[in-house]
Design a protein around this ligand. Structure first.
Ligand SMILES: C[S@@+](CC[C@H](N)C(=O)[O-])C[C@H]1O[C@@H](n2cnc3c(N)ncnc32)[C@H](O)[C@@H]1O
Ligand code: SF4
Length: 390
């Protein structure tokens, strides 16, 4: 099913803000997140964010901001004044669309009604909560510091404070059977706001889970069970009116994450803060791939001396743009427009490759002539993308 959020010619322009701190490090997580028991000098970070925003605005004059996303780390550890200061600075550097989606990621351990009202006053209109599991035993196994009860409370506070909200769950956990997951997911769908992110547990490099996995102390579901878990997910979410619009993201029609759609539709965005990525258009229409220094205090020092924290800034070749476009766009149930692939790369898809993938039931053409991955293709998405890109 295609996304209800209209496919626009121009996927839009967004601003990503990375807050790199957490109360503790979860054993499965390889995001750029750090624990600072001594506290964080938010004023100093705010000034550095302002400097980076000014720097990026000079590279993207005249754009209209269609979405802002505070990701982490745990942005719900930020003071509402810091969030307000960043949104204000974005408004001083670009025009913000009055309908812009402004999302903040929150961890249930740091959710309080007053703090949430502070974010709302700052301009945030959507919250994405990291619930991860719906029972205490599994939350503990995931190393989470909150209980299921606290998570449900946070979901309720989010829904009563903001017009739009979402929560994340991690499935395909050690020992999780398809029956367990079906029960848990049903409970989640009964509480779900307009959007849910459902991620299969991945064993990421350099995490505690990787060490346990390599030592044989942690087992993830085998391929058949993982496939059953995937099927249960697709079936139940569709039944509850929240089909996947992206491989791990589900929404009621119109409830899609507009910010993430900018990434998946290969639009333009700047990223500020430690370890943030951006893709901005050059005057010739090519893309600059940008990334900042990931270490928080190092990033501060660089921004304070240079006015920005970029450590990578390269113009992508047409070929590299084509690869990224496929990698992003084929995650979406709406698929991709072959004409845009041709415009980005200067070449067409190899007809025999597309025909082969169709014959194997991996991709299909939509009525609008877009190419999308089928439900058979999604569990092996990486292979499908590699085949089409070759
Ligand atoms: C940047 S984190 C999130 C937000 C917040 N700090 C929290 O944990 O509640 C974004 C999401 O990625 C997912 N995630 C992180 N590591 C993962 C992994 N190894 N496998 C699957 N999902 C993962 C989690 O669902 C998490 O909520
Ligand atoms: S999952 Fe969230 S809270 Fe846990 S370490 Fe990663 S970013 Fe921090």
């Amino acid at each position: 099913m295609a996304s209800a959020f209209p496919i626009l010619q121009d996927p839009g322009f967004g601003v990503y803000v990375h807050w790199p701190f957490c109360l503790s490090k979860c054993p499965y997580c390889d995001f750029n997140s750090h624990v600072r028991r001594e506290g964080v000098d938010e004023k100093r970070f705010l000034d550095a964010f302002k400097a980076e925003l000014k720097h990026r605005a000079a590279l993207t004059p005249g754009r209209e901001v269609r979405s802002i996303f505070f990701g982490g780390g745990t942005p719900s550890l930020m003071k509402p004044e810091t969030v307000a200061g960043i949104i204000e600075a974005i408004g001083q550097n670009w025009h913000i669309d009055p309908q812009a989606e402004i999302t903040l990621e929150a961890n249930p351990t740091s959710v309080e009604a007053t703090r949430f009202r502070g974010y709302r006053s700052a301009g945030v209109n959507r919250v994405s909560l990291g619930v991860q599991a719906m029972n205490d035993k599994d939350l503990k196994a995931l190393g989470r510091m909150h209980t299921a009860e606290e998570a449900f409370r946070a979901v309720d506070i989010a829904a009563s404070t903001f017009d739009r909200s979402s929560f994340d769950l991690i499935y395909a956990r050690p020992g999780q059977s398809p029956q367990d997951w079906a029960k848990e997911l049903t409970a989640a769908l009964e509480r779900a706001p307009e959007h849910l992110s459902l991620y299969q547990l991945t064993i990421e490099p350099d995490t505690m889970f990787e060490q346990l996995f390599n030592a044989g102390k942690l087992k993830t579901p085998d391929v058949e069970t993982a496939r059953e878990l995937w099927d249960v997910t697709q079936e139940l979410t569709a039944r509850f009116g929240m089909p996947a619009y992206e491989i791990s993201n589900h929404a009621r029609p119109g409830g899609e994450s507009r910010h993430n759609l900018i990434y998946w539709r290969y639009g333009e965005y700047v990223g500020v803060g430690p370890g943030a990525h951006g893709r901005i258009l050059t005057p010739k229409g090519l893309r600059r791939a940008q990334a900042t220094e990931p270490h928080p205090e190092m990033w501060l020092t660089i921004v304070e001396s240079d006015g920005h924290g970029l450590v990578e800034d390269e113009t992508l070749s047409m070929e590299a743009q084509g690869d990224e476009f496929l990698l992003m766009g084929l995650r979406l149930s709406e698929g991709i427009d072959p004409a845009r692939f041709q415009a980005l790369t200067g070449r067409r898809f190899e007809a025999s490759r597309v025909a082969d993938l169709i014959a194997h039931g991996m991709v299909e053409y939509t009525r609008q002539g877009r190419i999308r991955v089928t439900s058979e293709g999604f569990p092996v998405l990486d292979a499908v993308v590699a085949d089409l890109a070759a």
